[in-house]
Design a protein around this ligand. Structure first.
Ligand code: NAD
Length: 309
């Protein structure tokens, strides 16, 4: 099997894991890495015995596909350059920091006949995958995503940084339009919101209540889904899930079997499979746009709530 030649652009916190996985996976050949931080670029390239490219254009020219793990504000420019040069792209979430720019990326990928996948990695979390066959129409969803202060990515609010993972999952689970949003958020250590809560109501009556924080002493990535016949609880971090159902008048709890794996590895492997097969990715550019658009509406509500005396 011919390996897909892949380059990694941006090798900071998450990008160095992209590089590791592209070097490890049997279906990829890591061509090299590029980062504007030259020292970091050399360090990561040395770890995997590949070239530390001094220009993004050179790396793109030598690659069939790239993963983009640069700060969100650069996603539009970097992804545009990759698509223009004929590379398939896996871009980290959020797809971009403006909805119009995100839409332009989707149009460009279509025009060029190239794949555009967005790094909404929880869709590849084995616990979520194991839970999917049990999911029916959700009536109420409660999501929590908390972590200690990262000191990175704080140029974007926590809604775009963390909550967007849950927004994309919820848009996948509830296929009805959003009819109302109520949200609050507070900037505590950053200039953008560090903690936020949103309540989203969908046509058909489903309600989702989401809380996220990047100033929490504890880490938590959980979602609970209440549907007509059952209550499901999923822990993304520990990769485990449970389903509670009523049987013979009693509530029965059943652990869902999960084959643990690294979600990012599964995500990159799926991207490469799509490049090879030309199948549509699980999270394509359009889904990335929808998640960003909802995050934007939540961010607007937070701004309105803050401005209300
Ligand atoms: P980071 O600051 O640790 O790394 C970003 C890297 O990009 C740095 O090394 C920086 O020097 C480099 N860079 C900046 N501009 C560049 C450019 N134009 N070309 C090449 N390199 C450039 O940030 P991070 O935490 O790794 O986040 C990067 C992106 O990944 C963000 O969009 C973030 O939202 C996303 N992210 C996703 C997840 C996830 O779970 N999917 C987790 C963390 C971060």
């Amino acid at each position: 099997m011919q390996r897909i030649r892949i380059g990694v652009i941006g090798v900071g916190h998450i990008g160095r894991h992209h590089a590791r996985l592209c070097a490890e996976l049997p279906q990829t050949e890591l061509v090299g890495v590029f980062d504007v931080d030259r020292q970091r670029c050399r360090e990561v390239a040395d770890l995997y015995g590949v070239e530390p490219f001094s220009s993004m254009e050179e790396l793109i020219a030598r690659s069939v596909a790239v993963t983009v793990a640069t700060p969100t504000g650069t996603h539009f420019a970097v992804t545009t350059a990759c698509l223009q040069a004929g590379c398939h792209v896996l871009v980290e979430k959020p797809i971009a920091d403006q909805v119009e720019e995100a839409r332009a990326l989707v149009c460009l990928s279509r025009e060029k006949g190239l794949l555009l996948q967005v790094g909404h990695v929880e869709r590849f979390n084995p616990a979520f995958r194991a839970m999917e066959p049990f999911l029916r129409t959700p009536r109420f969803i409660e999501a929590h995503r908390l972590c200690p202060y990262p000191g990175r990515n704080t140029e974007i609010g926590v809604v775009f940084d963390l909550m967007i993972h849950d927004l994309e999952i919820i848009l996948h689970l509830v296929q009805n339009p959003v009819v109302a949003i109520d949200a609050v958020g507070v900037a505590v250590l950053s200039s953008t919101e560090d903690i936020a809560n949103a309540r989203i109501r969908f046509a058909g009556g489903t309600v989702a209540n989401l809380t996220c924080s990047r100033i929490s002493p504890e880490k938590m990535r959980k979602i609970r889904i209440f549907q007509d016949d059952a209550y499901l609880s999923l822990n993304y971090g520990d990769q485990c899930g449970e389903i509670y159902r009523k049987k013979n008048g009693r509530i029965e709890r059943e652990a869902i079997p999960v084959e643990k794996d690294e979600p990012l590895r599964l995500q990159i492997a799926a991207f490469v499979d799509c490049v090879r097969s030309q199948f549509a990715p699980v999270v394509d550019g359009g889904k990335g746009v929808a998640a960003l658009d909802l995050a934007m509406q939540i961010s607007d509500r937070i701004g309105e709530a803050a401005a209300t005396p």
